[in-house]
Design a protein around this ligand. Sequence first.
Ligand code: HEM
Length: 317
Amino acid sequence: MNMDQDIIDRIKKLEEKYQVIGQDLRSYLDGLLYADFLTYWDYIHLDTLLSLQSPRTNLPDESIFILYHQITELNFKLIILTQEEIANTDKPEVQFFTERINRLNRYFESLVHSFDIMIQGMEPEQFLKFRMSLLPGSGFQSAQFRIIEMNSTELINLVAHDKKAEMGGDVEKMIDNLYWKRGATELASGKKTLTLKLFEKKYHNKFIELGNDLKNKHLWAKYKNLSSEDQADPDLISAMKQFDVHANINWPLVHYKSAVKYLDKKPEEIKATGGTNWQKYLPPKNRKIVFFPDLWSEKELADWGKKPIEEYSFIPD
Ligand code: HEM
């Protein structure tokens, strides 16, 4: 039989590859012979993906609401995958570090730019109806959003400001006092909303595990492990600051804008599904969460999120 030398060489290489691990090349060639061709729809599990929307009402805009939440969660997953890649790199080079933070920034930019799909893209009458069938579920219960925060910074930076001094580095205590728990707790009685109770029931242990696991692996720890020369790299600093602004000002602001659009109906504001005092809780200037406070001046920290929403250009220079 006449066979192309190039093909013979490849078969020899394959034989060597399988010999090393004690496998018989013939069986694998048979596998190739019988295997079906890969298709696009199978590869990305298209049918499953498109079947994951189960509206609770027959109002058409509810599907937009579900799909956009799912799109956001997929973007959150992209962010987490990149954060994990940095966390698992022993001694990241400064170029690699900067390039990966810029990836995070692109994922957030896409979320910030597309949020108008929520703000402009649903009929308020429909929204106010279908949201009642989602109670007490809320985006507040997005575990990936909380994981992105924990992957970014020291746990203490996510603790309610008036509780920081009492924490003494205790991970469980810090998890109990994360700033967002305050957002779903009645101040007077200290009672947690049902939304928070259900969220804790599912994720509390995972968050504690993660808090312990991440001590030397979150983005700030990785940054502090770089040489002082690398830490001073202007491109890296600017990428990290941009990430801080996207995660803690830009996205929270566009998200807040959607709550204002649908829930701020005078004379009386409409209650949030998660039961939070959303007017106080959602604006970034009130919560003042900053992942990398050492990279900002005192003035910048004091003014965190204070510019009116129209003055934030969501496009980085
Ligand atoms: C019309 C659209 C939206 C409105 C009116 C809205 C409203 C709210 C409100 C009022 C809260 C405060 C918690 C509560 O009491 O429920 C909240 C929290 C939250 N929502 Fe939304 N939301 C919208 C879209 C989204 C989307 C698309 C996502 C994407 C996953 C999302 C994710 C979140 C997250 C992560 C929180 C917690 C924020 C934090 O703790 O800083 N929301 N939302």
